[in-house]
Design a protein around this ligand. Structure first.
Ligand code: PAF
Length: 291
């Protein structure tokens, strides 16, 4: 694996490769786990060159403490990426990505910016878009790989790519959430949880699964508001300190309060805090899953 901390050297390397080859790109903030590695592996299958980036983007943290506490495990990350044969790793400093006078933009993301994660983490999605736009401008990949655990982030980045015209030459792939053997979604934040909290954290996916099966068992009669309240109560009773949301959205990412025949998919999303660590997860119901 070749490591780059300079844009010019990375671009020179990619330019040589660019003719007739495809470049897959996996942006990360490090503290890599099997979820990230699955994205890199998918990229390696579908492209001649795979670039992974590790950059803990200060602009997307709305709390300074969360930024300082974010796990940084660069040596381990490099070993993991080398083991699976990733071709290039881009590890820029803050001033490389955002030099002084870098023209930060305001992206017109619409309502999706302000709801759920956007509501609880003001400015988060603008920060995500700033860095992803910058990284796409630098890497100019053929394919971009994102994990669906951050479902709302996938939608926001897709929107930014349309606004900026990236979608004309970059294909974005939303990849399935990778889970541990019990079902807990892998997250760099899990590293901050005690073993007891790790097992209690399973309540998140278990409640999502339960909500999904409750809907599928009786779509016409299910009361989503009661299901929401019961799921929140269950999370609190099973060790979560607080629940920011447990909510049902349609394919346009609008909240729904009842099930109609006309939807293509329903996404149930949840965010809850345990041992001071905020976790998110989601589950999808496709229309063909209804009997
Ligand atoms: O999902 C993440 O790790 C980050 O939000 C991303 C996409 C790498 C941007 O910093």
């Amino acid at each position: 694996m070749i490591l780059f901390d300079r844009i010019d050297l990375l671009q020179a390397h990619l330019q040589q490769a660019q003719t007739q080859q495809s470049i897959g790109f996996v942006p990360t903030m490090g503290a890599l786990h099997e979820g990230h590695l699955a994205l890199v592996k998918q990229s390696m299958k579908q492209n001649t060159i795979t670039v992974c980036s590790i950059f803990v983007n200060q602009l997307q943290f709305n709390q300074a403490e969360d930024f300082t506490k974010y796990p940084r495990t660069l040596d381990q990350d490099i070993t993991l990426l080398e083991k699976i044969g990733c071709h290039c790793l881009f590890i820029p400093t803050h001033s490389t990505v955002f030099p002084e006078n870098y023209p930060l933009k305001t992206f017109d993301l619409g309502n999706v910016e302000h709801i759920l994660e956007g509501f609880y983490r003001q400015g988060h999605f603008q920060g995500v878009c700033q860095v992803v736009k910058r990284l796409l401008d630098i890497v100019r990949p053929t394919n971009l790989y994102l994990g669906m655990k951050d479902f709302q982030q996938c939608i926001v980045i897709d929107k930014m790519m349309q606004l900026e015209g990236f979608n004309q030459f970059i294909k974005v792939h939303f990849c399935d959430t990778v889970r541990n053997e019990d079902g807990l979604a892998l997250s760099s934040r899990n590293k901050r949880l005690s073993p007891q909290a790790i097992s209690k954290a399973l309540g998140l996916i278990n409640n999502l699964k339960h909500a999904k099966s409750t809907i599928l068992n009786n779509p016409t009669l299910v009361k989503l508001d009661s299901l929401q309240q019961a799921s929140i109560n269950s999370l609190i009773n099973n060790g979560f300190e607080s629940v920011d949301y447990f909510t049902f959205m349609n394919e346009q990412f609008e909240p729904i309060h009842s099930i109609t025949d006309s939807f293509k998919q329903i996404i149930i999303l949840a965010a809850a805090t345990i041992e001071g660590v905020r976790l998110i997860d989601n589950i999808i119901i496709k229309s063909n899953e209804f009997k």
